[in-house]
Ligand binder design. Structure first.
Ligand code: ZN
Length: 263
């Protein structure tokens, strides 16, 4: 599966090719205007053809030049706006497809090597534009994997109170600088005690469960008070899922309980 960065890279290289087409087309148009006969392949042919037609028919010279520049400007607008809007990359693809078609048609005037090479370049640009449109679609439909966000450093408090004398000491201190109390040992002991208490509690609950079944939930006044609140203010379903989560907390695992049980 591609990542979001992969998709964005494809879109970027597609637009990069489009920008190259704009620049080389502009150079070719200027070159044709000056009659140098020099031109790049990596360009749209329509602007150059327009300029050449203008030179052959002087009456249309101005309008042909303006049209040629307008076509190049259109490509440039597509390049600029395709960053934010997929439609402009599609427009560029359509424009360049027309350009390719026209180039293909010139083969009927006579097959020459340069046109074949130019068609190869056109195919290259078309494939990049199509990849760009696909990348745009992938971005819209979120067909990519989101890169894992680097975990933020947790902001733990930098101080804590000494368990013996109550003074503020660094949170990672093992000994208290005020009373010399062994914080590390105390914390470890507390942790162990807490764990033992939890285990003892679960053991007790399991034993109780073996004796009374689900009644250990139903006999627990505090649990039932909450369960009733869920039933009254939310729904029976909420009540059931609350009781189920309580059962898990008691170490009973998944219990069979339906909405009828909490009538
Ligand atoms: Zn202390």
């Amino acid at each position: 599966m591609q990542t979001r960065t992969d998709v964005e890279k494809k879109l970027k290289s597609s637009r990069g090719n489009l920008l190259a087409v704009v620049l080389f087309s502009a150079v070719n148009a200027v070159s044709a205007l000056s009659g140098s006969g020099f031109g790049f392949f990596f360009a749209a042919v329509i602007p150059t053809i327009l300029v050449e037609v203008g030179q052959m028919v002087p009456a249309y010279s101005a309008i042909c030049t303006v049209a040629a520049l307008a076509v190049i400007a259109l490509y440039f607008v597509c390049y600029l706006l395709s960053k934010k809007n997929k439609a402009f990359l599609v427009a560029a693809l359509i424009l360049f497809s027309i350009d390719t078609l026209l180039l293909l048609l010139t083969l009927f005037l006579g097959i020459d090597f340069m046109t074949i090479v130019n068609l190869g370049f056109h195919a290259w640009v078309l494939s990049y534009l199509m990849a760009g449109v696909k990348a745009w679609t992938d971005l819209q439909k979120k067909r990519y994997e989101e890169e894992p966000v680097p975990a933020r450093e947790s902001k733990e408090p930098s101080t804590k109170k000494c368990a013996f004398c109550g003074e503020e000491i660094p949170s990672d201190a093992m000994f208290c600088q005020f009373c010399g109390g062994n914080i590390g040992e105390k914390e470890e002991a507390d942790q162990r005690q807490k764990q033992q208490e939890e285990e003892a509690y679960k053991r007790r609950k399991r034993q109780e469960f073996e004796e009374k079944g689900l009644n250990i939930l139903f006999d627990d006044a505090k649990v039932m008070e909450e369960a009733n609140m869920y039933r009254r203010f939310y729904s029976k379903k909420a009540c059931v899922s609350y009781l189920k989560s309580k059962a898990k907390e008691f170490g009973l695992g998944d219990i069979e309980l339906t909405e009828e049980d909490v009538e």
